[in-house]
Design a protein around this ligand. Structure first.
Ligand code: CIZ
Length: 318
């Protein structure tokens, strides 16, 4: 059996759309209808008339697709595909924080489970987190779960005066951010020394880092961006060499779309094993059996949808 032919036959027969996150295996990226970040993919899938969405990514991403497309069947080929960062905060943690900070606005990163999203006020991605925080009028913000993204955002927030966010004022003391202590183990694997060594080897290279990296790494970056932001940046930037500070599988797409440029992984340790469970075999089995299906209870889905929708209303930037 030619597995690629079989996947192609099933995707047409079953009216399925195949999504691959930027951190998926090359063969999965190559067979997907769309490759991108989790929100972008979920929105694209929602705009199609597909009956089935196969999300080759991790669990919270498939949930996000289901939140935006409740009438479609959403499949995650291998259920072991989980996000350690998303698992660092539970609904019980959020409920406790709500008691501790009753007047705070709760902002959750997209890397959270559907039930955590449902308990929060507004969602954000790594590309729009600064805008989302600045859109909120509360003077106390609980930001979860990523400490590095939270720390990065806290350096770019505007204060609030009489409930109105004040842009262009640099005194940040009036807006308080409570940041949950979660982190992405893959992004924290990159150390500042790794970057400094590569900068010596490639002095003309631009270093682009994902905001889930630690603060000392981000200080060395020419650009801090989400995965979609990284893809756009390398296309428009005239440099030939780029040191890439995010999960290494993104290099497949970068090389494919920019064959004349040179991409250097900032560290080979930036490898997420959870993103590599989905493969051609599990994708085929998943399409064939329409399993494992990702469901989100309707009450939770409706609340989580509002949390995402509030973010979409303020606009998304890369
Ligand atoms: O939203 C995503 O896909 C994640 C987790 C990161 C990014 O920067 O794309």
């Amino acid at each position: 059996m030619d597995i690629i032919e079989e996947i192609n036959r099933l995707r047409v027969e079953k009216r399925a759309v195949i999504l691959a996150h930027n951190y998926q295996l090359p063969e999965i990226q190559d067979i997907a209808d769309f490759v991108g970040d989790s929100l972008e993919l979920s929105r694209k899938a929602a705009s199609t008339d597909a009956k089935i969405i196969v999300f080759c990514g991790v669990h919270f991403m498939a949930e996000t697709a289901k939140i935006l497309s409740p009438s479609k069947i959403v499949l995650l080929p291998d259920l072991r595909s989980d996000c350690p960062l998303a698992n660092m905060i539970t609904i019980e943690d959020v409920k406790k924080l709500r008691k501790d900070y009753p007047k705070a606005a709760f902002i959750c990163y997209i890397n959270t489970s559907a039930d955590v999203k449902a308990e929060c006020d507004i969602c954000c991605t790594s590309s729009n987190a600064v805008d989302v925080v600045n859109s909120v009028s509360a003077d106390t913000i609980v930001f979860l779960p990523d400490r590095n993204l939270g720390n990065y955002v806290s350096k770019h927030i505007h204060p609030v005066r009489n409930g109105v966010p004040q842009s262009g004022i640099s005194n940040r003391a009036e807006k308080k951010m409570i940041i949950w202590n979660g982190f992405c183990p893959t992004h924290e694997n990159l150390k500042a020394e790794d970057v400094l060594e590569l900068k010596k080897l490639y002095p003309a290279a631009k270093f682009v880092a994902h905001p889930e990296c630690t603060a000392d790494v981000l200080e060395l970056a020419d650009r801090i961006a989400s995965t979609s932001g990284i893809i756009k940046y390398v296309k428009t930037e005239s440099s030939k060499d780029f040191i890439i500070g995010t999960e290494t599988a993104i290099l497949h797409r970068l090389k494919k779309e920019n064959p004349d440029k040179n991409f250097i992984p900032a560290s080979r340790k930036m490898f997420c094993p959870n993103m590599k469970y989905n493969n051609l075999e599990s994708l085929y089995e998943s399409l064939l059996n329409e399993q494992p299906e990702i469901e989100v209870p309707e009450k939770i889905r409706e609340k989580a949808f509002l949390t995402i929708d509030r973010m979409l209303k303020i606009g998304k930037k890369d």
